[in-house]
Design a protein around this ligand. Sequence first.
Ligand SMILES: NC(=O)c1ccc[n+]([C@@H]2O[C@H](COP(=O)([O-])OP(=O)(O)OC[C@H]3O[C@@H](n4cnc5c(N)ncnc54)[C@H](OP(=O)(O)O)[C@@H]3O)[C@@H](O)[C@H]2O)c1
Length: 228
Amino acid sequence: MNILLLGRGKTGSLVAEIARRRGHGVQVVGAAENDACAALTAEKLHAVDAVIDFTAPSCVIGHIEACVVAGKNMVVGTSGWHREVDRVRTLVENGGTGFVYAANFSVGVNLFFDVARAAAAALRHEYSGQIFERHHVQKKDAPSGTAIAIERIIREASGKHDHLEITSFREGDVVGMHEVVLESSADRIYLCHDAKSRRGFADGAVRAAEWLADKKGFYDFKDLWREL
Ligand SMILES: NC(=O)c1ccc[n+]([C@@H]2O[C@H](COP(=O)([O-])OP(=O)(O)OC[C@H]3O[C@@H](n4cnc5c(N)ncnc54)[C@H](OP(=O)(O)O)[C@@H]3O)[C@@H](O)[C@H]2O)c1
């Protein structure tokens, strides 16, 4: 595939490395080359099969809109825009393009979602739940998209309406740690996922782009990672 990668930061640089190792052609575009979505015109994207985005919450919606207008499939790892997910879904479906997004592209975290879903039954048995997330100090959004996803999964699986408290820590160069603590008067249950590197996110995003190659429509990675 010919991949246009938006973002050459901590995660984007790994996406480029993994995509090239898997045999894809990769063109990388940073902020300076993409002012007002200058790199995302239909003409510039003519020979591109998929756009992968690991940039920033402030610009990602503009990137999505430009890719839909240009008719290009897109994989979005950038976080901090998910409250607009319904509008983006409509945009993509009306535009007839393919789109995969994820709060977290690592297979391990998506397995962790299943563990959290199973543990949510505790909330029906006099347990209370709390979520803690830790990330590096440069992270722009809080709470993390992954923590928000875990909160929603537990709340929906438990059938309870009250939101679980999420506490965010920003320290050093922590890649990403998410903890769920379920507590009753008798005991505590601790669940934890601790990312050792960004490699898992980058690998999942490249595989998602490959999966999307012959498809159109709007997909959440948590519903498709088992097919990869
Ligand atoms: N879903 C997941 O699995 C997952 C995993 C990891 C990270 N993330 C998310 O992905 C995003 C990036 O994370 P990161 O840690 O890689 O951040 P980062 O190190 O700060 O890198 C961000 C990159 O985006 C570039 N950029 C900013 N605006 C741009 C634009 N308009 N066009 C093209 N490039 C632009 C920056 O370019 P310059 O250097 O030129 O300014 C920089 O290279 C964040 O939202 C993060 O939360 C998601």
